[in-house]
Ligand binder design. Structure first.
Ligand code: GLY
Ligand code: MN
Length: 359
């Protein structure tokens, strides 16, 4: 873990900073190991400081990497109040995480820092490191993915028709918790029929009917790491139109997977999958990006989308999830989680992708 802080400081010259104030809790966790809900870190070539409050004193002692000095804020003080006194003397460029610091926090910091400390805006320094997974991180994501897959496969062995979207979501979540999951990695989506045309639908108290297509998008968090998977199944025969669109989405997803490899642009990979959907006349019905990184957070770098300027690197973990959403009819999305390699990708998701028809 101390190696991560070391690699972070190698980005400082280009970012124009001497020390980075890390306030995003996920980034703090990545760098220090701390998993509580209030804490920050200061990192420089000669500085490793972790600051939290009384509630987390013991947790910090257990979790925070030994390379960090630990400070606990006295009760009435906010953590940012302790930043100034933790900094080395002399002129200093202190980077802050512009994507995570509020205007209020910035003002509070400015007010308490010496005049010879410059506050410098930085963006995604830690996130850039997080995007390339270490072997241990890949192992944890694999374990989370396998757990989520097992819960879904079990659900498919039960009857679907006549149960509500909410009951199915709950059954999946309960099963994942019983298998050891810490929590869901995002709100479970179960969306039948026309409701499936909402990419981020919320499960309703509405029963699945014979012939419905049902979109399941679920994920778990295990050992801090997330999984993410989507499958669309048929509760009875969904009809020819739905089957045709399913095959199109599947072909697009397979083409997207085929395009993933180190060195390829996120925009380029998105384009390969998107082009297939567009060529069949459904361009306007695929209105989200092809995929995103997954790790400590379910959405992180890199992104695969029309606006992505990321270049894929070996050991990125990303989703590939095209969809077609037809208002008032149905929605279809198919999503796998993959590890990027030098010459392609390793697919972590094990649930089959041919259209499954269940009762
Ligand atoms: N699994 C939800 C999403 O990727 O947006
Ligand atoms: Mn996803």
């Amino acid at each position: 873990m101390s190696d991560r802080a070391e690699r972070l400081t190698e980005l400082f010259a280009e970012a124009g900073i001497d020390v980075l104030l890390v306030t995003d809790l996920v980034n703090v966790r990545y760098l220090t190991g701390y998993s509580g809900s209030n804490g920050l870190a200061l990192i420089g070539p000669q500085l490793r400081m972790f600051i939290s409050d009384f509630r987390y004193q013991e947790q910090a002692a257990e979790e925070v990497d030994d390379s960090f000095a630990r400070r606990i804020a006295p009760a009435p003080q906010g953590l940012l109040d302790l930043v100034g006194e933790a900094l080395p003397a002399g002129e200093l460029r202190l980077g802050f995480e512009a994507d995570h610091v509020s205007v209020n926090q910035h003002q509070c910091l400015r007010a308490q820092l010496r005049d010879d400390v410059d506050l410098v805006s930085t963006s995604r320094l830690v996130e850039t490191l997080r995007a390339v997974k270490e072997p241990d991180e890949v192992a944890r994501i694999k374990a989370a993915s396998a757990l989520a897959d097992a819960a879904f496969e079990r659900l498919l062995r039960e009857r679907i028709v006549g149960r509500t979207e909410r009951q199915l979501a709950l059954a999946l979540e309960n099963d994942m918790r019983q298998r050891g999951a810490e929590r869901v990695s995002f709100e479970t989506i179960v969306a039948a029929g026309a409701h499936g045309a909402l990419p981020h639908a919320q499960p309703r108290d509405v029963e699945i009917r014979e012939g419905d297509l049902v979109v399941f998008d679920w994920g778990t968090e295990l050992d801090g790491y997330c999984s993410d998977c989507t499958r669309t199944i048929a509760a009875g025969d969904p009809g020819t139109d739905a089957r045709d669109v399913y095959e199109l989405v599947l072909e697009s997803q397979l083409a997207g997977l085929q395009a993933v490899r180190s060195g390829r642009g996120g925009k380029d990979v998105d384009g390969v999958a998107r082009e297939m959907i567009a060529a069949s006349g459904y361009a306007e019905h695929f209105g989200h990006g092809l995929g995103h990184g997954v790790g400590l957070e379910v959405h992180e770098r890199p992104t695969l989308s029309t606006r992505s300027d990321d270049e894929l690197q070996a050991s990125n973990v990303v989703t590939v999830e095209p969809g077609v959403y037809l208002p008032r009819q149905f929605g279809i999305r198919i999503e796998d989680l993959v590890v990027v390699t030098d010459d392609g990708c390793e697919i972590l998701t094990s649930v089959p992708k041919q259209l499954v028809v269940v009762d």
